[in-house]
Write a protein that binds this ligand. Structure first.
Ligand SMILES: *Cc1c(COP(=O)(O)O)cnc(C)c1O
Length: 229
């Protein structure tokens, strides 16, 4: 498994998508989703310049973060349970999977105790699939954003979403465009200029870049398939 080659080819694909869709190359970051993968693989990716890593379990962050160089940034991208908030706040640099007001409050309180400002994204259920976590987009959600903006130990960067698990690229793009429009609604409602849209995975990152993604979360195309879990 040549992580270096995979990283190079994904990075060059991202650049070429940016060209195709008239986007600035610097405007799309790569998050290497390293969940289930051993530390050696993360270190190899780091050696080839990768700095942002995504994990979906707090436990894996606890195991890996202390063993990686300090300038590696770890993003939590999986649903966070209340009883894991303390550890998540200790080990992660970014929590992209903030999916309820309740969990936002808990993260804010914990970060207050440890004197940390946590970068967060709000996880939006853009596909509407029942199996997915996330806020349902809508008026109630936009009101919740107002409360989250009041939380002093959270810094809201933008939104995260997973597109419908389907073949049709029009459906996938529709999901991504809704996420982008939702960010625009938040910005206009609260007079903000939030920019970050974490959207696109190994199978649909080209569509995501076309629709305005600023961070693609790629696992299997870098580290190989994970099997089932
Ligand atoms: C696993 C995961 C990814 C990466 O998926 P790949 O298909 O392996 O690229 C991206 N985002 C989230 C939220 C994930 O859980």
């Amino acid at each position: 498994m040549a992580i270096r080659d995979n990283l190079e080819s994904i990075n060059s694909e991202i650049r070429s998508c940016c060209k195709d869709f008239s986007r600035d190359e610097e405007s799309v970051k790569l998050l290497a989703v390293s969940k289930t993968k051993p530390l050696e693989m993360l270190k190899e990716a780091y050696e080839w310049g990768q700095r942002d890593f995504g994990e979906n379990r707090v436990q894996e962050g606890e195991d890996k973060v202390p063993n990686m160089p300090k300038d590696a940034r770890f993003h939590l991208i999986g649903h966070l349970q209340s009883n894991k908030v303390a550890k998540a706040c200790m080990y992660f640099d970014v929590i992209q999977s903030v999916d309820s007001l309740k969990i936002a409050k808990k993260i804010n309180n914990k970060c207050g105790e440890i004197d940390k400002i946590m970068d967060i994204y709000l996880d939006i259920n853009i596909s509407g699939e029942d199996s997915k976590t996330g806020f349902s987009p809508g008026e109630e959600f936009i009101t919740s954003v107002g409360e989250i903006l009041e939380m002093k130990n959270l810094k809201l960067l933008g939104l995260m979403g997973i597109a419908s698990h389907v073949e049709e690229s029009e459906t996938i793009k529709g999901d991504f465009i809704r996420l982008k429009e939702l960010l625009e609604s938040i910005n206009s409602r609260y007079g903000l200029n939030l920019k970050e849209l974490s959207m696109g995975m190994s199978g649909d990152y080209r569509e995501a870049i076309e629709c305005g993604s600023t961070m693609v979360r790629i696992g299997s195309s870098i580290f190989g398939s994970r099997g089932f879990r």
